[in-house]
Write a protein that binds this ligand. Structure first.
Ligand code: CMP
Length: 143
């Protein structure tokens, strides 16, 4: 079954959006199989955002993402990566369509509420950065 890594960022946590985001994903029919609440250690931020470390916005991204706890999740479902990318909306909230999470709840690229893996390969990598296999629990979803 396909899996993806999603993370409510510190602005989403501080604004009380965890419940709304989880509800949207559960209502869609996706299944949450792991979750934890934590302030990301610096070395994990560097690993997670390895492709952005040299970018000019990285210092701001690093201080934003470590400014408070994040809510980290693994979700499962058919085509879960592309479906959650659609539900999250464009990286830049100014371009995110209303009805998407960023389209409804974010204004700025530097504070865009949620992260979602952009491919199945990235999802595998990001899940292994943040979760041990024993922290992920499968179960039967009853719809
Ligand atoms: P995310 O989906 O977590 O993946 C990379 C993150 O870098 C992105 O969301 C934004 O939070 C951040 N980001 C990307 N581009 C910019 C930018 N131009 N300015 C500030 N932050 C950015």
């Amino acid at each position: 079954m396909d899996r993806t890594f999603l993370m409510v960022k510190p602005d989403g946590v501080q604004r009380g959006l965890i419940g709304e985001i989880v509800a949207r994903l559960e209502n869609k029919g996706l299944k949450i199989v792991a979750a934890k609440f934590e302030k990301l250690p610096e070395e994990r931020v560097m690993e997670h955002y390895a492709e952005h470390v040299e970018k000019p916005f990285f210092p701001g991204l690093k201080s934003y993402i470590t400014s408070g706890p994040c809510f980290l999740m693994v979700w499962e479902g058919k085509n879960v990566v592309s479906i959650t990318r659609q539900m999250i909306g464009a990286t830049n909230p100014a371009e995110a369509v209303p009805g998407t999470i960023r389209g409804d709840y974010a204004l700025e690229i530097g504070m865009n509420v949620i992260h979602g893996s952009d491919s199945t390969e990235t999802a595998e990598r990001e899940i292994s950065i943040h979760f041990k296999p024993e922290e992920i629990s499968g179960y039967e979803r009853i719809d």
